[in-house]
Write a protein that binds this ligand. Structure first.
Ligand SMILES: Nc1ncnc2c1ncn2[C@@H]1O[C@H](COP(=O)(O)OP(=O)(O)OP(=O)(O)O)[C@@H](O)[C@H]1O
Ligand SMILES: [Mg+2]
Length: 623
């Protein structure tokens, strides 16, 4: 496969907007048994609710009206009480049905959310670094918070309400047609008007809610930048400017929300009053029909309208219109959460890092490893070759041009050059953090594309330029290099790289807890921990990216000594900002603007009196 094709896969797949709802439903369908009981509960509670309105007709026409006509002294209340009692029991069953399906719905929606959250996190672990270059942490975070939260509400509220709503509509329609086709026509006309109105308004608020969703993503990203760059903000006294920019963004968002909410708040009362008009209309039309003895058509046969029928009809329309009002109020919310779900699925759909490698790393004895792909076995020596490598982070902006590097087992290759020359980039490519545009990188003669990424990275320990420590103790952070290392091994590693002395000085020693982004430690101390991490991993190859920031001379000496002590016997790529670190390197590559312009040993390069000489003697500033 051509290199660019591999990368094309990193782009998020095309949005499948229509499929979003379907995809949510697919998650729901996995819970078959629960869904079965939920359906029963929903049907039960809907039928009983509709039945309650029908009961009014029976109560009026069959019990109350006859009682009114009877002689007051002889009225027999007993049958009426009996039916009321029966009806109460009936309603109780309805309540139980509702409780059952609602409780089940809670466990179902939480199960789905847990699954989706897990899928999101797992996907994030497998994403190429390129993804994190182009998506801000704030934006990613808001998918875990806002978007998941709206999805939760859809699953636990909107979904069940829509389904019970749908069932209610069918039950009410059928009951209405059984009671009076004449009145149904009145309802149908009014309903059509209400539906057209809600549809129009729904479409309007859909647009505005989409907007709010994207504004909040931007706002989060800005807050995140501020949090991460808190120091820089203070250094440059950007507080006021930041507050202004934030105010602008906050304003945009607030305006969008107000617009969206205003719309939905106008919608709700308007459709509500349309419902009230319908209520009055039914009472009026029904009364007129009854008084004028107009034939009432029903599915059960024709006759004359009764008071009971009209009253039932009025309760039906009330239920009906409040349902439509509820729907229209929820519509924007539903849309909002669908676009949230869309953003969640976008993340789940990003293609993961490609790993077509077959070679795995195997230990053959205490200190030797081999590459094995089932067919060939190649001893791991640590020969790393970059042959004519070209690379760009963004298309059309080449960062590395025709890079050739040869590192033999046990050799130390040093990369030097001004900032931005491309030193770190070279190490990013050896790790396969990024894929090269063309050329080839081999490891012991094997194309690194053919080595499983995990095994490739296992064979290399990397001390990054800016170290990230994780929440946990210092011991746990060192153990990150090799998860099954014992405490003794971690301490031995720390001693080997001279990190021990500063760790022992901390109040809790190795048990000192590091929080957030290790604010309490200096840059040099962080690098020492990172070097200890590499030492505990004990890999055949090493990549050391010296921190650019100046650290105090004492720590700097420690870091240098630490680096030296783990370099012995390994193939090492070292990026040095202080040239004294690399005097003994086997080969020094001098980089400028993405190209290697000189190579040789320290002495030969000095003799040459070229760029290195200038760097060394300070004619050209290094950083
Ligand atoms: N993730 C990225 N996306 C886009 N461009 C990048 C990215 N990382 C680095 N670059 C660009 O690539 C070039 C080389 O960067 P690189 O980090 O390799 O420099 P460096 O030699 O390590 O510098 P320093 O001495 O400051 O560490 C720079 O111009 C930089 O702007
Ligand atoms: Mg760098």
């Amino acid at each position: 496969m051509a290199m660019k094709d591999r990368e094309a896969n990193y782009a998020p797949e095309k949005k499948v907007k229509k499929g979003t709802l379907l995809r949510i439903i697919k998650y729901v369908l996995k819970y078959k048994l629960r869904l079965f009981f939920i359906t029963i509960g929903m049907i039960g509670s809907t039928l009983i609710n509709v039945g309650a309105s029908l009961f009014i007709k029976v109560a009026i026409d069959d019990y109350i009206m006859p009682m009114l006509l009877q002689d007051k002294a002889n009225v027999d209340f007993l049958p009426y009480l009996r039916i009321i009692l029966l009806f109460t029991l009936f309603l109780l069953v309805g309540v139980l049905c509702a409780i059952m399906y609602k409780l089940l719905m809670v466990t179902l929606s939480n199960g789905i959310l847990m699954e989706i959250r897990e899928q999101m996190y797992e996907k994030m672990q497998s994403l190429p670094l390129r993804f994190f270059d182009t998506n801000s942490a704030g934006d990613i975070m808001s998918r875990y918070t806002n978007d998941l939260d709206t999805l939760r509400q859809v699953l636990s509220q909107v979904f069940p309400q829509s389904i019970t709503g749908f069932l209610t509509v069918i039950a009410i329609f059928t009951s209405m047609l059984m009671l009076s086709i004449n009145l149904f026509v009145v309802v149908a006309i009014m309903l059509l008007i209400m539906l057209l109105f809600t549809q129009w308004a729904g479409r309007k608020s859909l647009k505005s809610y989409r907007k709010t969703q994207s504004f909040i993503g931007g706002l989060n990203a800005y807050v995140e930048e501020m949090v991460l760059g808190a120091k820089e903000v203070k250094v440059y006294c950007y507080e006021d400017r930041n507050v202004k920019v934030f105010e602008g963004k906050n304003n945009d968002w607030a305006k969008a929300v107000v617009k969206a909410d205003t719309l939905s708040n106008i919608l709700f009362p308007v459709s509500n009053s349309l419902g009230n008009i319908l209520y009055v209309l039914i009472a009026f039309a029904g009364g007129m029909m009854m008084l004028n003895n107009i034939t009432n058509y029903t599915l059960r046969g024709n006759g004359i309208l009764t008071i009971g029928t009209i009253t039932s009809f009025m309760t039906f329309t009330k239920t009906f219109s409040s349902m439509i009002a509820g729907f229209s109020a929820q519509m924007p919310f539903f849309v909002q959460s669908l676009s949230g779900a869309e953003r969640i699925f976008d993340l789940i759909d990003v293609s993961p890092e490609i790993d077509e490698g077959t070679y795995k790393l195997e230990k053959t004895s205490k200190n030797s490893w081999q590459w094995n792909n089932g067919k060939n076995k190649v001893p791991l020596v640590g020969n790393i070759v970059l042959d004519n490598v070209n690379f760009s982070y963004e298309e059309g902006k080449p960062v590395l041009k025709n890079i050739n590097v040869y590192a033999d087992k046990g050799q130390t290759v040093a990369l030097v050059g001004a900032t931005g020359a491309g030193k770190t980039t070279i190490t990013n490519l050896i790790n396969r953090f990024y894929e090269i545009d063309n050329g080839i990188i081999t490891y012991d003669g094997i194309n690194i594309l053919d080595i499983k990424k995990k095994d490739l990275r296992d064979s290399l320990a990397i001390v990054l330029q800016d170290v990230s420590l994780f929440t946990g103790t210092i011991m746990e952070n060192i153990r990150y290099g090799k998860l099954d290392a014992t405490d003794e091994e971690c301490i031995a590693a720390a001693k080997l790289v001279y990190a021990d002395s500063f760790i022992e000085m901390l109040p809790d020693g190795y048990n000192t807890v590091i929080k957030g982004d290790s604010g309490g430690l200096s840059q040099g101390q962080k690098q020492l921990i990172s070097i200890a991490r590499a030492a505990v991993a004990d890999p055949p190859c090493l990549i050391l990216d010296e921190a650019t920031s100046s650290i105090d001379t004492r720590t700097e000496k420690l870091v240098q000594k630490g680096m030296e002590s783990i370099m012995k016997g390994r193939t090492v790529f070292i990026i040095a900002h202080r040239l004294s670190t690399i005097r003994d390197a086997d080969v020094i590559m001098v980089m400028k603007n993405g190209e290697i312009i000189e190579r040789g040993t320290h002495d030969s390069l000095l003799e040459k009196r070229g760029h290195y000489f200038e760097l060394y003697t300070g004619v050209v500033e290094l950083d």
